[in-house]
Design a protein around this ligand. Structure first.
Ligand code: M6R
Length: 607
């Protein structure tokens, strides 16, 4: 979604804002803008397009301007197309109050009508623009009071930064259902949608909770609760270093993150495999609670949803517990059957995805225990869940998720094995085998990365097509879904994934000469069945790129990649890596913007 950043202090303000926006660009990159405050008032510059367009428009702004506070915004359009007018910051009638916003104001049309009736002239198509006008209506020399009053009229989700030319050196930050972090410095303070924007300057942060308001000045930050009473919050020390937010010699964040996967898996496993057993104290599961679970609901979006499909397969197979996987945006609108003996597990890299958060809340509202599998420590989903298992993938900045997926798969595998053990379905010997195999996962993933040159050659053939299919059975189907999503989102090739046996029920009609079909066959018990489906495709002219541990596949496909020889049930975290690389190289050949695919944003904090 959108990224917002604010600064109050004695550094040159503009570079701090632009640097923060650069680090937040993954949240949206349709347009960008800044507002800078000095004793003369508030100066606003904004531009449709990437941050570089804005940078070209602010070259005349220098330190001589004496700016002491400012805020910036990078936009992912929801209401109103990307344009200069629709870019943030937005201003009130008199030009004194400026606002940047992440979220959606659901009642903006009614408020807009009300403002226009009161004589305000609104110039953009956005939902945001009503906010500075509304604050202006309430303003009587106290920006905090006016912002708080305006908040009572806003419906929807918002993280806001507000400043007024009448109150120099003050930023007001408020949050409802959209993330906001305060960075604490010495004689300076920061506000941002996400930690990477402030990490270079400070690692001491407050993470705002819903309904909280922060009064941010250079000499201090006061947090107020929903009633306006001061609140003491614990300082959250950021666990990552600044280098994690750099590309470290790789041309793209995506490639860097793909290559970080062995390390990320090691982190996910660290301290969780002890004495031949699984150790997940975060979940507080014991044999009695594990026996008492009636059903598990996995809720997530996009790539995280695909990790859940792997989780379902493993939990059902190993722990013999029924698991439902829901696309989070559907869960709460389908009156789900959830009981107090159920476990709802929200799976999310960012921990801020609005749909997943809403699904977690829905599950808990219906009486289930709600837990989280999350990457970002202290994120909203992790905090709202009764327990959180952190995947420890480290900072993931590329819009296309890679290391977050494999670590989610590893975390869900740990959970499946732990549940099976607690439910008495795994003996000590079998459990020990699982532990030693899990320890080898990072090595198998390194072997998968070593296949990059062969994959690059495959990408040359794939890149000239506008359509592609992915097929697989069982766990391979789940991985195929993730493979096709990666290809679609960064190379813009239309791709679809099918359970291999399903193709003949309609989609086979689309198989024409040379159309690329990526076939996965890592599951020994259905290897022969998948080969049959592959021959059906080839009989119709399809060009099959086969991915398997079993070299026997070579004779049935046009091109084959031999995958590392890992156990079938651990194959998803390994087999997905060549698919990520295939998408990456294909996107490069097609000259696509790998880290910032069109129309997308990393963290989707609106419904
Ligand atoms: O942060 P989350 O895991 O909750 O994000 C969910 C999806 O938006 C995300 O996985 C998305 O599908 C990926 N960026 C795709 O690569």
């Amino acid at each position: 979604m959108c990224g917002i950043v604010g600064y109050v202090g004695s550094r040159p303000v503009l570079p701090v804002l632009l640097d923060g926006l650069r680090r937040l660009e993954y949240r949206g990159y349709d347009s960008a803008g800044v507002a800078l405050q000095n004793s003369d008032g508030v100066l606003i510059r904004k531009a449709c397009g990437r941050l570089s367009v804005l940078e070209a428009r602010v070259t005349d702004i220098t330190e001589a301007g004496g700016f002491t506070a400012g805020m910036g915004h990078t936009r992912w359009a929801t209401h109103g197309r990307p344009s200069d007018e629709n870019s943030h910051p937005h201003c009130c009638l008199s030009g004194t109050i400026a606002v940047v916003h992440n979220g959606i104001i659901e009642n903006y049309q009614r408020l807009r009508h009300k403002m226009e009736q009161a004589g305000h002239h609104l110039v953009s198509e956005t939902d945001t623009e009503v906010i500075p006008h509304l604050i202006e209506e309430y303003y009587q020399g106290d920006l905090v009071a006016a912002t708080r009053a305006a908040m009572t009229e806003l419906e929807g989700s918002f993280a806001l930064l507000v400043m007024s030319s009448d109150e120099p050196g003050l930023l007001v930050a408020v949050r409802k259902d959209s993330p906001l972090v305060i960075g604490l410095g010495e004689g300076e303070n920061f506000v941002a949608s996400d930690i990477p924007a402030v990490m270079e300057y400070t690692k001491r942060t407050f993470i705002l909770d819903d309904g909280e308001l922060a009064v941010v000045r250079s000499d201090g930050v006061e947090i107020q609760d929903g009633t306006g009473a001061p609140k003491v919050k614990p300082v959250f020390d950021v666990p990552w270093d600044v280098q994690a937010a750099e590309k470290g010699g790789y041309p793209h964040f995506m490639l860097k993150e793909i290559y970080e996967q062995p390390k990320a898996m090691e982190e996910t496993l660290r301290g969780r495999l002890i004495d031949g057993g699984i150790f997940l104290p975060e979940f507080g599961l014991d044999a009695e609670t594990a026996q008492g679970i009636e059903r598990i609901h996995l809720v997530a979006c996009g790539t995280s949803h695909h990790a859940c499909l792997v989780g379902k397969y493993l939990i059902e197979r190993l722990a013999r517990l029924p698991v439902e996987v829901d696309v989070a945006s559907e869960f709460r609108y389908r009156e789900p059957l959830v009981t107090a003996n159920d476990l709802v597990i929200a799976v999310s890299q960012s921990g801020e995805t609005a749909d997943t958060l809403a699904a977690l809340r829905e599950g808990r509202r219906r009486g289930a225990r709600g837990i989280a599998v999350c990457n970002v420590v202290g994120s909203t989903i992790a905090r709202e869940a009764e327990a959180a298992l952190y995947t420890r993938a480290g900072l993931e900045l590329a819009v296309a998720s890679t290391k977050a997926y494999v670590t989610q798969v590893v975390a869900l595998t740990l959970l499946a094995v732990e549940l099976a053990s607690l439910r008495g379905l795994l003996g000590a010997q079998e459990l020990g085998q699982w532990v030693s195999q899990l320890q080898k996962l990072p090595q198998w993933s390194r072997e998968a990365l070593a296949l990059a040159p062969e994959i690059e050659t495959m990408a040359q053939e794939l890149a000239r097509w506008e359509h592609a299919f992915f097929i697989g059975r069982g766990l391979d189907y789940a991985v195929a879904l993730e493979g096709q999503l990666k290809l679609k989102e960064i190379s813009y090739i239309h791709a679809e994934a099918y359970a291999a046996g399903e193709l003949k029920h309609g989609t086979l009609a689309l198989i024409v000469d040379d159309i690329p079909v990526v076939a996965l066959a890592t599951q020994s018990h259905v290897f022969g069945k998948t080969i049959s489906n592959i021959t059906e495709v080839r009989a119709r002219g399809g060009k099959v790129f086969g991915f398997s541990k079993d070299k026997a596949m070579a004779q049935y496909v046009d091109r084959m990649l031999v995958l590392p020889d890992c156990p079938d049930l651990l194959a998803p975290a390994v087999a997905v890596i060549p698919l990520q690389l295939l998408s990456y190289y294909t996107a490069l050949i097609r000259e696509c913007d790998v880290d910032k695919p069109r129309n997308l944003a990393k963290s989707v904090t609106v419904e």
